[in-house]
Design a protein around this ligand. Structure first.
Ligand code: NAD
Length: 298
């Protein structure tokens, strides 16, 4: 089957590679053609616009940074919907909000095209290994038709319910993970300043009730002073913002969530937006007057 893929950044390139390795043919577009080099060398075809991708493929995947990028790529001039034939299906793998995906789907429906939200969790490692969780919302028949294709991208594909359900699950998940990032920075600055090496804290907590998957990236990240993305702080700020905006709309108080959001905004203002989301911990290190770093051997 020929599959369209738009947005081959940190996540998209791995997901697209797994579709190619699964025996499918790919047609790609990204505003930075350089991002697609490896995939083109593997035999993927280049298209000059989202429209051209949709003209070539009955199913199109998008993995784009922000909701406004997804909307532009889907509904803008030269966008997917201007080229998609009736009966085509679009899966948006980006982290967006239920309103954006609903606006896109309404326009798509008028053209006989199905759009589903299908955000993913598991990071670049999960994308590379094909072990992502994919949370899908929308047309059940389209989901069933492409479930085995989605399974090439992530071995934990889950139908969450009507359109927007995947986005709701993903926003809720990232709200937890990103809040834990801020909490972990507070906890580890405390433990280190009190005298325990980061690795000792990590080993003890890994065996205890405070253990969380969000902690697993710390040895290669904060402990090593390594803030190479992965998952960019700009995208983390976007995701916490999606949670606080959804909460405002629904009149759900998120006291902690709004504090967490301010930390990521402050991180962006430090110029750390393109660094890993974990770079936000440096704000707490400054406040605490201590760094959570591994000591060199010897
Ligand atoms: P990224 O910025 O690395 O990749 C996005 C790609 O989209 C880039 O290659 C960019 O050039 C391209 N792009 C941007 N605007 C475009 C447009 N108008 N037309 C065509 N291409 C365009 O981001 P990423 O880390 O790959 O994340 C993609 C999405 O997945 C985001 O919504 C993010 O929140 C979500 N996500 C990321 C991770 C992660 O660990 N990085 C994990 C889960 C979900």
């Amino acid at each position: 089957m020929r599959i369209g893929f738009i947005g081959v950044g940190f996540m998209g390139r791995h997901m697209a590679r797994n579709l190619l390795n699964g025996g499918h043919e790919l047609t790609l577009f990204d505003i930075r053609k350089g991002s697609a080099e490896e995939l083109l060398a593997m035999g993927a075809q280049w298209a000059d616009s989202p429209r051209a991708v949709a003209e070539a493929c009955g199913v199109v995947f998008t993995s784009l940074p922000r909701p406004q990028d997804v909307e532009e790529v889907a509904t803008g001039e030269g966008g997917i919907l201007s080229g998609a034939a009736p009966g085509s299906v679009v899966f948006d793998l980006s982290t967006t909000d239920p309103e954006t995906i609903s606006r896109i789907a309404a326009q798509a429906e008028a053209r006989g095209v199905s759009v589903l939200d299908a955000p993913v969790s598991g990071g670049t490692v999960g994308a590379e290994d094909g072990t992502l969780c994919i949370m899908v919302g929308g047309d059940r028949e389209a989901y069933d038709r492409y479930e085995s294709t989605l399974a090439l991208i992530g071995n934990q594909v889950m139908y969450c319910g009507p359109l927007g359900s995947g986005a709701i699950c993903k926003i809720t998940n990232n709200f937890i993970g990103l809040s834990l990032g801020v909490l972990l920075a507070e906890a580890f600055t405390l433990g280190v300043k009190a005298g325990a090496p980061p690795e000792t804290l990590f080993d003890a907590i890994s065996r205890s009730t405070g253990s969380t998957r969000s902690m697993q990236g710390m040895p290669n990240g904060l402990f090593a002073g390594n803030f190479e993305p992965g998952f960019q702080l700009d995208l983390a700020a976007k995701d916490v913002g999606l949670a606080t905006e959804m909460a405002r709309r629904l009149h759900v108080p998120l006291e902690l969530g709004n504090i967490v959001q301010q930390r990521y905004i402050e991180g962006q203002n430090r110029g750390w937006g393109r660094l890993a989301a974990g770079a936000v911990a440096q704000l707490q290190e400054e406040r605490a007057g201590v760094q959570v770093r591994s000591q060199p051997d010897g």
